[in-house]
Design a protein around this ligand. Structure first.
Ligand code: PMP
Ligand code: GLN
Length: 381
C-alpha cells in the first residue's frame, strides 16, 4: 500500500478541521454543483428511484455515457456490453486492477500519481513501477517510459489531466504511451476524471489513438465535472471482453448503488457543454488568483493546465521538506495543503520541497488563504 493506513487526504482534512485552517489540501469544491443537477437528483429521489440499480448501471446513464463519449471524442461504446457504472472512479480503477493484474505482474504508472493506483495494484498482488516525471515541466520522456517497461509489465495507468501536477498530456506524449502499449501488448487503464477541467491545451483520450480502443479501459466520473465529489458516480468504458471482467469483480465490491444519483448523472451528461465550460473558466480564474498570491508570498509556482491543483516549491522560503512544512502549516499559517511527495514513489526525490494546493474554493476563501500565507511568509503570524 502506498500511503500507510490513513491517506494523506484524510489526515490533512482532519488537521484542517482540528485547527480551523482553510483546507487547500483534499481536492473538493466548497461550492455546490449546478442547480439543474441537484434538481434532477431530488426528482429521482422523490420519484421512487431508490432501489438497486442494475449491475451494469441505470440504462439512462449507460446511454448518456455512450452519447457523451461519441459526441466529445468520437469514441463508440455499446451501452449494454462496453460500459460499467461504478462507485466513483476509484471503484472502476480498483475493479480493473483486481480483474486484470495477476500476482507478480508489473503495472507502470506516471510518478507522482494519485494514491489509489498503487494501493489497487498492491491489493491485486502486482508491483507498481514508476514512470518518473520531472518537475517543473513534468513531461513524459521516452527514456523514463522505456525504463519502466519490462517483460513482466501487464498494464499502464495513464492519468490526464494529471493529479497532482496539473499536467495535461499532449498528443506527442500520448503517442509515446500508445506506441509502448502496442509494442509490448499492454492494456491501458486511463483515469480521465478531470477531462473537463482544462485551462490550457485539450483533453485527448488515449483510446482515440490508433490501435488503442481495443486495449484501453477509459475511466471517468461525474464528481469533478459537476462539483459533486461526494456522489461517487464513476464509470469504465472499453472493449466488452475487458468490461465483462471489470463487472465480474465490481459485483462483489459493491454490486450496484447510488440509483437516484445515477439518474441525475445521466441528465448532467446531457447538459450543454457550456455548463462544464463555465466551471472550467471559474477554476482557471481561481488558479490564477492562488498562483499570484503564492508568488507574492515567495513560493515558486509551477504551471497547471488542468485539475483542481497547482504545485509550488517552498525552497525559496527556506524550507526543504514540504511534508514537515505541511504538518506545521495549519498551526502556523491557518492553511492546510498536501506535500506533493505523498504521491511520489520516492518521497525524498524531486517532489521533496513541493506542496500541492487545491484551488477549487470560493474566491473569498482563496483570498483569506492568501492573506494568511502572506502574513505567515512575512513572519507576521
Ligand atoms: N482519480 C483521480 C486522479 C482523482 O484525483 C480522484 C479524486 N477524487 C479520483 C480518481 C477519485 O474519483 P472518485 O471520487 O470518482 O472515486
Ligand atoms: N482526489 C482528491 C485529491 O487528490 C482526494 C480524494 C480522497 O480523499 N481520496 O485531493
Amino acid at each position: 500500500m502506498t500511503s500507510g493506513p490513513t491517506t494523506i487526504f484524510t489526515t490533512m482534512t482532519a488537521l484542517a478541521e482540528a485547527t480551523g485552517a482553510i483546507n487547500l489540501g483534499q481536492g473538493f469544491p466548497d461550492f455546490d454543483g449546478p442547480p439543474a443537477l441537484l434538481d434532477a437528483a431530488a426528482a429521482a429521489l422523490r420519484g421512487g428511484q431508490n432501489q438497486y440499480a442494475p449491475l451494469a448501471g441505470v440504462g439512462a446513464l449507460l446511454e448518456a455515457i455512450a452519447a457523451h463519449q461519441e459526441r466529445r471524442y468520437g469514441l463508440r461504446f455499446d451501452p449494454s456490453s462496453e460500459i460499467q457504472v461504478t462507485f466513483g472512479a476509484t471503484e472502476a480503477l480498483a475493479a480493473a486492477l483486481l480483474a486484470l493484474v495477476e500476482r507478480g505482474d508489473e503495472v507502470a504508472m506516471l510518478d507522482p500519481s494519485y494514491d489509489s493506483y498503487g494501493a489497487g495494484v498492491a491489493l491485486a498482488g502486482g508491483r507498481a513501477v514508476p514512470i518518473v516525471l520531472e518537475p517543473p515541466e513534468w513531461r513524459l520522456e521516452a527514456a523514463a517510459l522505456d525504463a519502466a517497461i519490462t517483460p513482466r509489465t501487464r498494464l499502464i495507468i495513464v492519468n490526464s489531466p494529471h493529479n497532482p501536477t496539473g499536467r495535461v498530456l499532449d498528443r506527442a506524449e500520448l503517442e509515446l504511451l500508445a506506441a509502448a502499449c502496442r509494442k509490448h501488448d499492454l492494456i491501458a487503464l486511463t483515469d480521465e476524471v478531470y477531462e473537463h477541467l482544462i485551462y490550457e491545451g485539450e483533453h485527448i483520450p488515449l483510446a482515440t489513438l490508433p490501435g488503442m480502443a481495443e486495449r484501453t479501459i477509459t475511466v471517468s466520473g461525474i464528481g469533478k465535472t459537476h462539483s459533486v465529489t461526494g456522489w461517487k458516480i464513476g464509470w469504465a468504458c472499453g472493449p466488452a471482453e475487458l468490461i465483462t471482467r471489470v463487472r465480474a469483480v465490481k459485483q462483489y465490491l459493491s454490486f450496484a448503488g447510488g440509483t437516484p444519483l445515477q439518474h441525475a448523472s445521466a441528465a448532467a451528461l446531457r447538459f450543454p457543454d457550456s455548463v462544464a465550460g463555465e466551471l472550467a473558466s471559474a477554476l482557471r480564474d481561481k488558479r490564477d488568483r492562488l498562483a499570484a498570491g503564492l508568488r507574492s508570498a515567495g513560493f515558486e509556482v509551477f504551471a497547471s493546465a488542468g485539475t483542481y491543483f497547482l504545485n509550488a516549491d517552498v525552497s525559496p522560503l527556506g524550507e526543504e521538506d514540504a511534508a514537515a512544512l505541511c504538518a506545521r502549516l495549519p498551526h502556523e499559517a491557518g492553511v492546510a495543503a498536501i506535500p506533493t511527495s505523498a504521491f511520489a514513489a520516492d518521497p525524498a526525490g524531486a517532489t521533496r520541497s513541493l506542496v500541492r494546493f487545491a484551488f477549487c474554493k470560493r474566491d473569498a476563501v482563496l483570498a483569506e488563504a492568501i492573506e494568511r500565507l502572506l502574513a505567515w511568509a512575512s513572519g507576521g503570524t
